[in-house]
Design a protein around this ligand. Structure first.
Ligand code: ZN
Length: 254
């Protein structure tokens, strides 16, 4: 009997240690703002930054210039002020989403993200290995689209959300035939905790861009807007999700 009690205590100990480690991991995500941050206040966005002021100003000006247009393209009915937090180091930005574990995840491409309607971004001044100044600056528009999409339709799929974000922020991947294996219909429905990593692995950013490009070339922007809000393929396009997927396949293989 005693041995079971000891084993049970050890088991509980492991569980508690695991929970504690998980809690500690996510401490950086509790507050997006650092106490030393300054802010640019705009009509559409507020940009908080650490020391890289000029790069933050660049991102702020681009965001202010384009936010209205993005909101209109998505059919946002009420003006939504977006808070954007720009961190000097890519590592700091990543810990704000995933916690202290980020050095083990190898997310060189991960330069920005959104948490509901808040946006976090690496400073364009320190763009990391996979990006440059302009691509990071431009990513602020991608993340603003995510923030708007969150207001518009919380159930929007990861695929459509990123397709719209990439397409509307002009992250044109060029010749799509370069990107190898085309995602399956199943892959376009990706969701869950590991979605960001798997999505990048199958070139989801590039392919979802071309998916929205296909919709734009085939249907009216109003129907895409309706689709963004309700996620209903039949109502917006008079076609099923599978029909649209097959139409897109033909579009990119022709
Ligand atoms: Zn995205």
């Amino acid at each position: 009997m005693r041995i079971y009690k000891v084993l049970f205590k050890i088991f509980i100990g492991f569980i508690l240690a695991f929970v504690l480690i998980a809690l500690i991991n996510f401490i950086p995500t509790i507050r997006l703002a650092n106490s030393t941050m300054s802010v640019f206040v705009g009509d559409w966005v507020n940009v908080y930054y650490e020391t890289e002021k000029e790069a933050a100003r660049d991102a702020f000006e681009l965001a202010e210039e384009r936010a209205r247009e993005l909101a209109e393209l998505l059919g946002l009915t009420e003006k939504e002020n977006i808070r954007i937090y720009i961190y000097d180091k890519q590592r700091t930005m990543q810990t704000k989403k995933y916690g202290y574990i980020v050095p083990f995840l190898g997310l060189d491409w991960h330069i920005g993200d959104n948490i509901s309607t808040d946006v976090i971004l690496t400073s364009p001044a320190n763009p990391g290995k996979a990006h440059d100044y302009n691509s990071v600056k431009n990513a602020v528009l991608h993340e603003i689209v995510h923030a708007y999409n969150h207001v518009l339709n919380e159930d929007m799929t990861y695929w459509v959300d990123n397709g719209l974000a990439g397409y509307l922020s002009g992250q044109n991947p060029g010749d799509i035939k370069r990107y190898g294996t085309i995602p399956t219909l199943e892959q376009t429905r990706i969701k869950g905790l590991t979605a960001p990593i798997k999505f990048a692995d199958f070139n989801g950013y590039q392919y979802s861009y071309s998916y929205i490009e296909y919709l734009d070339n085939t249907y009216s922007w109003d129907s895409i807007k309706a689709f963004a809000q309700a996620g209903d393929y039949e109502a917006a396009f008079g076609a099923s999700e599978e029909d649209i997927y097959n139409g897109w396949l033909r579009y990119i293989t022709d």
